[in-house]
Design a binder for this molecule. Sequence first.
Ligand code: MG
Ligand code: MG
Length: 256
Amino acid sequence: MSWARQIHIKSPAELQIMREAGRINATVHATVKELLKPGVSTADLNAAAEEVLRKHGCVSPFKGYGHPPFPTSITVSINQELVHGIPSKSRKLKNGDIVSIDCGTVFNGFVADSAFTAGVGEISREAQKLLQVTENALNAGIQVMRVGNRTGDVSAAIQNYVESHGFYVTREYTGHGVGRQMHEGPQVPNYGKPGTGMLLKAGMTIAIEPMVLVGTAETRVLPDQWTVVSADGSLTAHFEHSVAVTEGEPLILTVP
Ligand code: MG
Ligand code: MG
C-alpha cells in the first residue's frame, strides 16, 4: 500500500459533515455493542450494523474494499485476531471472548472510521487490562493531536503508554488521514519518536488506532487474506477514533 497519499485540510463545513458521519458511526457501534452476547454470530453483528447504516442512507467504505474485496460492512476480530476479521454465520461469540468491531460510515461523501473492543460475558483480568490500556493509549494519542505537534508525537504517546504497561504495538498497521477517502495522508504509526513526522495543522482529520498485542508485535494474515492474528496466539485489542486537529482541543468526530 502506497502512503504517498495526499493530505486534505478540511473546511469547517466539511468538518461538520464528518462530525455527522462520525455520529452515525457511533450509533452503529452502540447497536453492535448491545449484541455482544454468547451465541450471537459475527454475521448477526454485521447485519445489525448494515441496518443502522441503511436507516441513515449510508454505506460502509469497507464493503468491496481491497483485494480480495472485503465482503461485509464491519470487521469483527475475536481474541488473537487483531483486525480485519470477516463476519460469518458459523462464527459465534462465546463467554470470555474479546471482540473488536471496526466500522466505517460514508455520509455526504465523507468517511468516518472508528473501532472498539469489548468483552462477551465475563472476561479475564488480563483481557480487562488489555482493553483499558488500548483505550487509554488511544486517548493519549488524541491528547497530543494539537497544532504545532507532529505525527511522531502522537505515535510516541501511543507506543510509550502501551509499552509501559508491558504490551506491544503492531508495526504493520497504522492510523491514517481520513476524509473523502477512508485512507488519506498522513500515515500515523503506533510507534515513533517525538518531534518527527508531519507537522499537524488545523483541519487535518486523522483516524488514530492503537492495535495492541499481549505477547508480541508480530502478526500474520490468515488464508482468507484478510484476518490479521497475533503470531503467538496472544490476545489483541483495537480502539480507533477519527479526530480533527483544531486551533484548540482535538475534536473527536466518531462519538454520539
Ligand atoms: Mg477502522
Ligand atoms: Mg482506520
